[in-house]
Design a protein around this ligand. Structure first.
Ligand SMILES: [Fe+2]
Length: 248
């Protein structure tokens, strides 16, 4: 199942551009282009990641709404062992490695503390999203490929409430709920992809429920979606995590 390059762009605010560049250049397997105020990664299918530097940006408050993780696809399963090796050499944590039936995924943090997932979309069909520990043998399937390509496959957000998220992503952005049996989370997509956006209340359920500090915050500033069949009106919206969504 392919994601159709629905997520055209994501903008991350980072405080230390040099550290972020080292991380994303390794994981995304390509160098960035310098642009005004930051660095731009041009990924497979024309999707883009912009790192925007703001040394005064504040860390998100614990329990605040915002980015849970940004998820990049790789075009072959053999890229995952290469990614794991890169995380090791970067000194980045391997937070998890899962078989979700639809995907094989590894999880880490970037140097700013943003959640990052790297995953491969399996070719075979799947009934529903599950989470099982990834069989280490799956990571060596097909060897280790350094020549992989990446794109942005989905964005996972921390929100204050799932009801509000469902209304926003289905009624306003025109996505479908693809999974509602996963405790504390909902998954949304255009077409038949497993999800382009996920929203959870795993951390916002307690703590500073949904609050965001004033001013620029490290993390996801905006993301741009292109609904494949005009499911939403072009414009600028604010999602239930307080992040700007641009529909093109
Ligand atoms: Fe994810």
């Amino acid at each position: 199942m392919r994601h159709g390059f629905v997520i055209r762009k994501a903008v991350l605010i980072v405080r230390r551009l040099d550290e972020a560049e080292r991380f994303y250049t390794a994981i995304l397997n390509r160098p960035p282009e310098p642009v005004q105020g930051g660095l731009l990664y041009r990924l497979e299918g024309g999707s883009e990641l912009l790192l925007r530097q703001n040394p005064r940006a504040r860390r998100p408050l614990p329990g605040a709404a915002g980015l849970y993780h940004i998820a990049f696809t790789v075009d072959k399963p053999g890229a995952l062992p290469a990614v794991v090796e890169k995380l090791r050499s970067l000194g980045s944590p391997l937070l998890g490695a899962s078989d979700h039936c639809f995907t094989l995924a590894v999880y880490t943090l970037d140097p700013e503390g943003n959640g990052v997932e790297v995953y491969w979309d399996k070719d075979e069909p799947c009934e529903r999203l599950v989470t099982k520990p990834l069989d280490p043998r799956a990571l060596t399937m097909g060897g280790s490929h350094l020549g992989y390509r990446t794109s942005i496959g989905h964005i996972h957000l921390k929100v204050a409430g799932l009801e509000e998220a469902e209304v926003f992503y289905t009624k306003i952005l025109g996505m479908s709920v693809t999974e509602r049996g996963y405790p504390g989370a909902l998954f949304f997509a255009y077409g038949d992809y497993h999800h382009h956006v996920a929203a959870n209340i795993w951390e916002t359920r307690w703590g500073a429920r949904g609050s965001r500090p004033q001013g620029p915050v490290v993390g996801l500033e905006s993301y741009t979606l292109r609904p494949p069949n005009g499911e939403a009106d072009p414009g600028i919206y604010e999602d239930p995590a307080g992040v700007q969504v641009i529909i093109v």
